[in-house]
Structures are given as C-alpha cells and as structure tokens.
Ligand binder design. Structure first.
Ligand code: ACO
Length: 383
C-alpha cells in the first residue's frame, strides 16, 4: 500500500527561497526578513520588489520599479468593456480572474524563459490588478470607472480609484501594511495551484488566474469575507458564546480560525488586530471588532488546546470594513497583494521546472462489461 496524505498535508512539493513559516513559534519571513520588520519599516512596493528580486531595492531600483508600475496602471478600454459586460451580481473574484486571463491575450508572454517577458508580465499584473478591482467595484453600481492618479502612491491610488478621493495618509499607510502582510505565505493552496500551472510552462497571466480561482474559496482567502458575514450574524457580544457552542456542536468551522501550519496565533493576525484597534478607538459595545475579540476569547476556551487560533483572515476584513470597503472586495484586495508572492513562486518554478504530476490510489472496479443501453440501471452516484 502506498502512502496517502489527504490534502498533501506535510508533503514537500518544492524547494524555495521565497518565504518561511514557523508554525509553532508564529514566525513568518519573506526572503529571511520578519514580517514585523517589513510592516514597521517597509512599503508594499518594497515588499513586492523583495519577493521578486530577493533583495530590498536600492533607492534607484525602487524609483525605476515604481515608475514602471506607474505607467502600466491603466487598462485597455476593451478590458473595461469586458468588465462592464459581466453580471453586476457576480463575485468580484470571478471578474478579476476573467480580466487577468484576458490580459494575457493582450500582452502575450508565452516565452517564459525570457526574463524581459517575465518582468513586464509581473509589472502589468501588479499595476493593473488594482485598476481592474476598482473598475469592477464601481462599474457594477453604474458608476464611472476612475482613471489612476499618477501623483498618488500605489495604496493611495487604489483608494482614489474606489472612492474618487485621496485617503487620509494614516488609512493609506494601514492599507499598505495589510498588503505587506498578505503578499506571501509559502506553499498555500493558491500558490500551489499557481505552481502546478507554471510547471506546464503556461504564461504568468494564466498562472495568476488559476491562483485567483483557488484563493476565492471560503477555506482560503474567501474566509476574510465570510468572517464579516459571521460577525454580523452574531450581532452582539452576548450572542457569541451560544453561536460558537452551536457551531462547534454541529462540527462546523468558525471562519478566520485554524491553519494548516500555525498552531499559535497567526503573526499577521496580531498586527492586523492592532491596526483594527487603532481604527476603532471608541471600542463601541457591539462593533465588529468588539464582537471579534469576544469570539477570539471564547474560541480560546473551546478549541485553543487544539491549536486553533485566529488566522490572517480574522482581523483583515474588519480593517477593510472600517475603511468603508464593500465586503466582497476583501478577497480581491488579498489577490492584489498576493500576486507578488504568486509571481515570485511562478518565476522560481520556471527556473527549476519539473512538471507536477502526482499519483493517485485507484479505488474503482476493473474490467466492467459494456452494457447495452436497454439493460443499464439509473446511476445512484451523486456528483
Ligand atoms: N473552527 C472550528 N474547528 C476547527 C477549525 C475552525 N475554524 N479549524 C479546524 N478545526 C478543527 C476541526 O474540526 C478538526 O477537529 P477534530 O480533530 O476534533 O475533528 C481539527 O480542528 C483539524 O481540522 P482540519 O480541518 O483537519 O484542519 P486543516 O489543517 O485541514 O484545516 C483550515 C485548516 C482549512 C484553514 C481550517 O482550519 C478551516 O477550515 N478554517 C476556517 C476557514 C478559514 O479561516 N480559512 C482561512 C485560512 S488562512 C488562509 O487561507 C489565508
């Protein structure tokens, strides 16, 4: 009997220099630098550069990188038209997945061995994703798309394209910090799905669109949206204990808790919680943050002994909610940031490529006869 690891838990799928997690001690490093350091001193632009090029940028390298990103923020009117054609009730993750796949048709980067082609694909994806996310957020409500503002930083510009006004510098800084914290996280589900696609030597746009599809699920990036729905459903601090008892009794997952790797509180959740507290100074009795903190306390008593603690998605949605961003835009914002890590892994895979093709244990029958249509019985299998 061959070994079988459901969900590939604990299986080493690749060697990488990009990031590392110590799930027992709650340490996350990008290229060897602790995320606390990056969050305190860095910007998302520097972080994206670090992930792609293995070093923090010099000031001239950063200037060039930011300039290249700045001139590629705009999207073709045909991409805008594509976004306009999508149903407004559809999920924004589906919209950006479609738009990213379409980008690859406008800017073919099929020669993945060419460093120039890889660089410009990375620049276009990083630069245009925020524009596409903001475009869908506005167009679906019948509002005009707002063109990027070249005088604003990456994070300020995203707010400007969403709300038609420049954000308060403190808000822009907090948003930028949250992008730093979401930019990379070793061999998670969406990165692995991107890696499998990259291993076929598909172009970076195709790689990123498959990673976006994987990030959407509620067990992965979609949890940040699900957390807000859950906190709203709980409604008040008094309801927390009975809500959790029912969930745990029914063996249902509490969104924003648990992690395949972390057995302590996710270090990103610690920083995001601080940011959320900073934004909710009044600590209103039943604010989402107040309810969230009560959920964390009650969860600790119930499942803390199993190492189930808040993950990155637990407090991130609260911050975006406090910033006035619509709930279903949270996971697309996660994708805007994680594209940096996905690209770094994609390029690493191209350099040492080996096609992913795992095995399976077949459990079905063999040598079944081909029955005539008259003698067949209706299928009883569910799909
Ligand atoms: N709420 C309640 N119980 C939980 C939770 C949770 N969120 N997570 C795990 N458990 C329990 C399980 O019921 C199980 O209990 P048992 O051993 O008594 O049966 C045990 O912990 C192990 O659970 P698994 O699902 O096997 O753990 P796994 O490592 O596969 O799950 C996962 C990790 C998928 C993240 C899970 O914790 C979960 O579904 N969490 C909720 C969704 C979520 O927040 N996802 C975001 C993760 S971070 C990210 O992707 C960006």
């Amino acid at each position: 009997m061959r070994d079988f690891f459901p969900g590939l838990a604990g299986v080493v799928a690749t060697k990488s220099n990009i990031s590392s997690v110590d799930g027992q001690q709650g340490i996350l490093e990008y290229r060897g630098i602790r995320i606390e350091e990056l969050a305190a001193h860095g910007t998302f632009m520097e972080t994206a550069y670090l992930l792609l090029f293995d070093e923090l940028p010099t000031s001239s390298a950063l200037r060039q990188f930011e300039e290249d990103l700045l001139i590629h923020r705009r999207i073709k009117y045909r991409i805008t038209d594509l976004i306009k054609c999508l149903p407004e009730s559809g999920h924004p993750m589906d919209a950006i997945q479609a738009a990213v796949a379409a980008l690859g048709m406008f800017y073919p980067a099929t020669n993945v061995r060419d460093p120039e082609a890889r660089y410009w694909a990375a620049i276009r994806l990083l630069a245009k994703l925020p524009t596409m996310v903001a475009a869908f957020a506005r167009l679906r409500h019948g509002d005009d798309q707002i063109q990027p503002n070249d005088n604003l930083s990456y994070s300020e510009n995203f707010f400007y394209m969403l709300f038609e006004q420049k954000p308060d510098p403190a808000i822009a800084k907090m948003f930028d910090t949250s992008l730093i914290l979401h930019a990379e996280h070793t061999m998670n589900a969406s990165t692995f799905s991107g890696l499998v696609t990259a291993s076929t030597l598909a172009d970076p746009y195709t790689v990123i669109s498959s990673a976006i599809g994987t990030l959407k699920g509620p067990l992965h990036g979609g949890a940040n949206e699900a957390v807000i729905h859950m906190l709203r459903a709980i409604g008040s601090v008094e309801q927390v204990a009975s809500f959790l008892d029912q969930k745990i009794e029914a063996k249902e997952k509490v969104m924003g808790f648990g992690h395949r790797v972390y057995k302590v509180k996710d270090p990103r959740a610690l920083i995001l919680q601080e940011l959320a507290q900073h934004m909710d100074k009044d600590q209103k009795p039943n604010s989402l943050l107040t309810i969230a903190r009560a959920v964390e306390q009650e969860m600790e008593q119930r499942v803390g002994h199993k190492g189930i603690r808040p993950n990155v998605d637990f407090y991130s949605g609260i911050i975006y909610h406090q910033m006035g961003i619509e709930t279903d835009m949270f996971t697309p914002i996660f994708a805007m940031s994680r594209v940096a890590g996905w690209l770094a892994h994609c390029f690493e895979q191209y350099q040492h490529n080996h096609l992913f093709r795992p095995d399976q244990i077949y459990e079905g029958p063999h040598n079944r006869p081909y029955e005539s249509i008259e003698s067949r019985k209706p299928s009883t299998s569910a799909i």
